[in-house]
Design a protein around this ligand. Structure first.
Ligand SMILES: [Zn+2]
Length: 375
């Protein structure tokens, strides 16, 4: 017997299943409300992580998150667990379908489902992925791959090279290594399709349009606290926006860019506030870059959200005596895993007023597809 709770959850999912939403027909026939979409995901970033950054920066210096024009909350449980992993939540955010933990780009019964990026590619819209993890990791993978297990990296990378995504910047060089047959074949396949491959972001300085794959580490990139620094994600986001905007103008289309602050999650798994803050700063600078792009390019919507909270971070007062003027805060983690807490969605730019309230993570994706006219 199914529990009443499980039945209620199923019903809720049913209400957001894209095929049953009747508004889609008319929306796709009219001019889309949003031309360009910048979809930013702080992996593992909960409200406490955003608050931690704001407290560290000081309230006299509002972070980019504070400039949001509208906000929403998303529920992120997966089809088979109250606490989601990145594969199931990535799939929900990318495709509008919830699935089981570990599955990528598929429903629980293994039916492949199309992401917002795959839908954009079909419509000749330029698309891009910018991450700090490796390009086959769960969140970016959810935007192009269909596999039953998120760790099937050979299959994931083979699907990546056929994805038609214009710009992809992150780690993962070992999956393109000429020293092994699969890696060599993938590199050859990219070259055949006109991609330029760079190993350092600075090598892309003169590349302003076309197709680009940046492989900046064998696996995931180093922490911002270590060699990566706090400038990478903003610079990579600016480069991707420049190329996609130029490609989009040539094709008289809008574009879709997904940017992930991937290693907020890694630092939170380690319960390391020292590593977490620089990851948040790097992500926030990328949000600033995206906001500046939105300001200069009407018709662009920026959505900043997360796939799940990692670490169970809380920010208790450093002192129980609240009569003291400044007691500081402590960073306390309650788990080395993920939590089931709802997540913030920050919206800025065209159509920002169209999304608010409490949504399923999958429903957020469906709404974005509608606004972009790719449903
Ligand atoms: Zn995640």
């Amino acid at each position: 017997m199914e529990s009443a709770g499980a039945q209620r959850r199923k019903n809720r999912e049913r209400t957001v299943r894209p095929t049953e939403c009747v508004q889609a027909e008319s929306a796709s026939e009219t001019q889309p409300e949003v031309k360009n979409l910048i979809y930013m995901i702080g992996d593992g970033m909960g409200l406490a992580h955003v608050s931690m950054l704001q407290i560290a920066e000081g309230y006299d210096h509002p972070t980019a998150f504070m400039r949001a024009e509208n906000i929403a909350l998303i529920k992120n449980y997966s089809s088979n667990n109250r606490v989601t992993d990145s594969a199931a939540s990535g799939t929900a955010l990318a495709t509008g379908h919830k699935t089981n933990n570990r599955m990528l780009g598929m429903t629980p019964d293994s039916a492949a489902v199309e992401s917002i990026i795959a839908r954009a590619v079909k419509r000749d819209m330029p698309t891009g992925l910018v991450v700090t993890c490796h390009l086959g990791h769960a969140t970016p993978g959810a935007f192009y791959a269909h596999v039953s297990k998120r760790t099937l990296y050979d299959a994931i990378y083979s699907q990546f090279v056929e994805s038609g995504i214009d710009v992809a910047l992150g780690g993962g060089a070992k999956y393109f290594d000429a020293g092994n047959p699969e890696g060599a074949a993938r590199s050859a396949r990219l070259a055949e399709q006109g991609y330029r491959i760079v190993r350092d972001l600075a090598d892309a300085d003169t590349i302003r349009s076309g197709r680009l794959v940046g492989l900046f580490a064998d696996d995931s990139m180093p922490y911002a606290l270590e060699e990566r620094g706090e400038e990478y994600l903003g610079r990579a986001t600016a480069k991707a926006l420049e190329i996609l905007d130029n490609n989009a103008r040539r094709q008289d289309r809008g574009f879709v860019l997904m940017v992930e602050g991937s290693m907020i999650d890694y630092a939170a798994h380690e319960n390391s506030a020292e590593k977490l803050l620089p990851e948040m700063r790097d992500f926030e600078r990328a949000v600033e870059v995206a906001m500046a792009f939105v300001d200069a390019h009407p018709g662009t919507l920026l959505v900043v959200t997360s796939d799940h909270e990692t670490g169970g971070l809380s920010l208790p007062s450093g002192h129980t005596d609240f009569t003291r003027s400044e007691s500081g805060v402590e960073y306390r983690f309650s788990t080395e895993s993920h939590t089931g807490i709802m997540l913030p969605v920050y919206l800025y730019g065209a159509g920002a007023e169209r999304i608010n309230g409490v949504l399923e993570n999958s429903e957020l994706s469906v709404r974005l597809m509608e606004l972009l006219g790719v449903r």
